[in-house]
Design a protein around this ligand. Structure first.
Ligand code: ADP
Ligand code: ZN
Length: 818
């Protein structure tokens, strides 16, 4: 009898691929184990066994596998079932899901780039002969491909060898070059505790009176402490006292001053708080927790609708705890992990050893470790906190999934496939584990709230902030009118300036939000109207003043700022619109004494720069933070009393059917950063359109009003949740070919669907990185089987792919979320 395996290859193939195995191999193999196989002319891949059988393929002669890579299954049957759902629902291949599910280190293939680990001490590791050969080659060459290794060791089957080197920490794979997270320590200075009494202090000052530099340093320390009432950094003291580090060091040596370090990711707001015990819930949290528990009795999904700063996290922690106590696993999904160090610290303090963090930006080793801990059901991996990729881990028995900030659009993966939505995929995964899901948000998505209202989901609510802190007061500022009355200074209305002045006087902090980075998004010639465009994309270049450059935010193209207009030659280039860089610059001019920080993609590129900015702001090293939507997420700043939204209109005018919903969510979340302690916070929203419904709803905290109006519009125009959506994007370098191809596709769709096909249409930015794009939208009514609709579309896609002149045209499917 012959033996065969169907495997999943990590490439976009429609089908499983069949290889031959020996009887002995067949005895060892199980679905979910990895095997090395060759595919195509010379490529070697890591493939995953899907099933074993005895039927040879009809279309080709099955090759032998190279070898088996695992002793036990790395992927369990529930995962395979879940991946299958993802592939079918989001219209991609199992191979694409497989590739994105596994940490790269478990997917070695012939194209993987191998580099020596510079930090490894090779003297310390025992290397086998073949391993030594690889390491030797890496001393002469900065990197190798898997196929190079094949020729170096003169063996075909080298994946185990590479796996061993990875384990020994001797090599790294290209994608692993990202920095590992290392906590940063900040150095602070204080007076030695033996000088706290008045007399001791007098004595000290007398003693050092003949050392002017030392006296200066001690006095400056007092001054800084008295005026700012904040911990004093070594560097600040140097400047204030105008002394060198050596002077401060000698004072430390004499035990007059003391230095202390604070791990910046561990600074907690409630210093001295006891994290080893759970906080006791207040009345509102308790009611919500009871309601959730009750809903879970007959519903699998419950929505927790709690205003910003209502203490949802404490409620999550109770649920997580009882899930872990029952011996089951739990998953805490977050939109973006980089933005949540504060939260992770909080959970780590409580759940300690049971918690693992999983994120695609973590090093390969860490990710593989979490994966393996789950396979072997270690205690350490009982609670996983992670961004959307954590959904793919090998859970064996999930009891609870929490989806925090469930409304966030970053739960959707756009590129590459699978283009899935992690909240929705989590709900499906939960049903496979017979597990509960809690969705949490201050501003639920229209879809989830609708499901709660229909009774499909359970619902619990907290409408008070914790500690009876009032919701911030929101004021709309009409900048059209302010312009008319000449009350604008740059992009600041008089009202906003007044409030900033007041806030700074009270030594509180200000956040200014502008959803664009750079200095100005458009440069325009006032003589001829020409504006510089990206050569690769159909979009205007953004001016960045700091480097005096024009940049494309879609492809990264950059060029020096032009002096004269390239069209008419006049020196009349002007800028239009404004970004965070300009806001920061203007505010520095208006408040020269204030310290201003900026947080956007440009200032957070470096390693840990995000954490640095957050920490500095937390430590009140700046008074004003200017930022893009990065500042909206989950940040808990204690001293922010004013939030200024520079211009709400760009958000509202975004051409997308979810733009209004998103604006409401974004503005409410930004506003929620204000006044998180006793004082009532203030939010000023500048707009040309103060009568806009959404802005009114934001300012009166009218979620329900927003929901009803949006739902009505969605029903009118056949958008979700009333209908389902699939967007087909076609992409090609050749403009004419793309036009022709997309017309063909749309026509084929219209032959099958009598209505609900829109387009083809160019998107707002019709060309990105030299590729033209065209969208076709299919709206599928709820009554019709969505699976059937997708099957029909896939069939059309397959016929399309068979047309030779359209071979270069790429098709991208997006389901539900565009
Ligand atoms: P949300 O996630 O709803 O915006 P958080 O969970 O961040 O709110 O809570 C807001 C603040 O209130 C946090 O600083 C948190 O430490 C505090 N807090 C919430 N619940 C409690 C509680 N039961 N006891 C003490 N402090 C609490
Ligand atoms: Zn570009």
């Amino acid at each position: 009898m012959e033996y065969f395996v169907n495997v999943i290859l990590p490439i976009p193939l429609e089908n499983y691929f069949t290889y031959r195995v020996s009887e002995e191999q067949a005895r060892l193999l199980q679905p979910g184990m990895r095997v090395a196989v060759s595919f195509g002319k010379s490529k070697i891949y890591t493939a995953l066994v899907y099933e074993l059988h005895h039927t040879p393929p009809t279309a080709y002669k099955a090759k032998d596998i190279h070898q088996i890579l695992d002793e036990h299954a790395l992927v369990n049957p529930i995962q395979l079932e879940h991946w299958k759902w993802i592939a079918s629902y989001y219209m991609c291949s199992m191979g694409e899901v497989f590739r994105s599910a596994l940490p790269g280190a478990l997917l070695l293939e012939s194209e993987t780039l191998i580099l020596g680990n510079k930090e490894a001490d090779l003297e310390e590791v025992a290397l086998r002969d073949d391993e030594f050969l690889v390491m030797e080659a890496l001393e002469h060459q900065s990197s190798l491909r898997v196929k190079d290794v094949v020729s170096i060791v003169e063996k075909k089957r080298i994946l185990p060898l590479l796996n061993r080197l990875v384990k020994k920490n001797a090599i790294v794979l290209r994608e692993d070059l990202k920095e590992q997270y290392k906590p940063k320590m900040l150095r602070y200075i204080k007076l030695n505790s033996s000088y706290t009494s008045e007399e001791a202090l007098q004595q000290l000052l007398e003693n050092i009176s003949r050392a002017p530099k030392q006296s200066r340093a001690v006095l400056a320390l007092f001054q800084l402490q008295a005026t700012t009432n904040k911990p004093v950094k070594m560097s600040d003291l140097e400047i204030e006292a105008n002394v060198s580090k050596a002077v401060i060091r000698s004072l430390i040596k004499k035990e007059i001053l003391e230095e202390y370090f604070v791990r910046i990711d561990r600074i907690s707001h409630d210093q001295g708080g006891d994290y080893s015990a759970l906080k006791s819930l207040n009345k509102f949290q308790t009611i919500a927790l009871d309601k959730i528990t009750e809903e879970f009795e007959n519903k699998n999904v419950t929505l927790l609708h709690g205003v910003t700063s209502s203490g949802k996290t404490e409620v999550y922690m109770r649920l997580l705890e009882s899930c872990l106590n029952s011996g089951r696993q739990a998953l805490y999904l977050l939109p973006e992990i980089a933005l949540t160090t504060q939260l992770i610290t909080r959970l780590q303090k409580y759940f300690g050893k049971k918690l693992s963090v999983y994120h695609s930006k973590y090093s390969m080793q860490e990710r593989v470790e979490v994966w393996n801990n789950l396979v072997s059901k270690k205690e350490k991996a009982q609670l996983i906190i992670g961004a959307r990729s954590a959904l793919f881990l090998p859970y064996s028995d999930l009891g609870l999934i929490i989806v925090d900030e469930e409304h966030e659009s970053s739960f959707k993966q756009f590129d590459p496939a699978p283009r899935y939505h992690a909240r929705d995929a989590a709900i499906v995964l939960a049903s496979m584990h017979n597990c509960k899901v809690l969705l949490g948000s201050a501003t639920p998505s229209i879809e989830s709230f609708n499901n709660a209202r229909n009774g499909k989901y359970g619902y619990a609510k907290i409408d008070r902030r914790f500690g009876d802190v009032l919701m911030p007061e929101i004021e709309l500022v009409d900048i059209k009118q302010q312009h008319r009355k000449r009350r604008m200074k740059g992009h600041f209305s008089q009202r906003l300036l007044e409030e900033i002045t007041l806030t700074l006087e009270e030594k509180e902090q200000v956040i200014l939000f502008q959803n664009r980075r750079g200095y100005a998004p458009i440069v325009e010639c006032t003589t001829c109207g020409h504006s510089p465009q990206c050569p690769n994309c159909d979009v205007s270049l953004t001016y960045h003043q700091y480097r005096d450059q024009l940049r494309c935010h879609y492809c990264g193209h950059q060029t020096p700022m032009e002096k004269d207009c390239q069209a008419c030659g006049n020196f009349t280039l002007d800028t239009k619109g404004f970004g965070t860089e300009q806001v920061a610059e203007e505010i520095k001019g208006l408040f020269p004494e204030a310290k201003v920080g900026r947080m956007d993609l440009d200032t957070t590129r470096g390693k840990h720069s995000y954490e640095k900015i957050i920490t500095a702001f937390e430590q009140q090293e700046f008074d004003i933070l200017v930022g893009t939507q990065m500042i909206t997420k989950g940040l808990d700043f204690r001293h922010v009393n004013l939030v200024g939204i520079m211009n709400a209109d760009t958000l509202l005018n975004f051409p997308d059917f979810r733009a209004h919903e998103r604006s409401f969510q974004l503005l409410t979340q930004v506003a929620g950063r204000a006044g998180r302690t006793k004082k009532r916070g203030k939010v000023l929203i500048q707009t040309y359109n103060p009568y806009h419904q959404i802005l009114k709803q934001v300012s009166t905290d009218d979620y329900l009003g927003m929901f009803q109006e949006q739902l009505y519009e969605r029903e009118q125009y056949h958008y979700p949740p009333a209908n389902r959506l699939i967007r087909i994007t076609l992409k090609d370098k050749d403009y004419n070919k793309l036009n022709e191809a997309s017309s063909w596709f749309a026509k084929a769709l219209r032959n099958v669907f009598s209505q609900g096909v829109l387009g083809p249409e160019f998107p707002v930015i019709p060309r990105i990185r030299n590729q033209y794009l065209k969208h076709i939208l299919v709206k599928s009514p709820r009554e019709v089987s969505f699976a059937q609709t997708k099957n029909s579309i896939k069939r059309i896609g397959n016929s399309f792919n068979a047309i030779s002149q359209y071979k270069s045209v790429r098709i991208i499917y997006n389901v539900d979320h565009l």
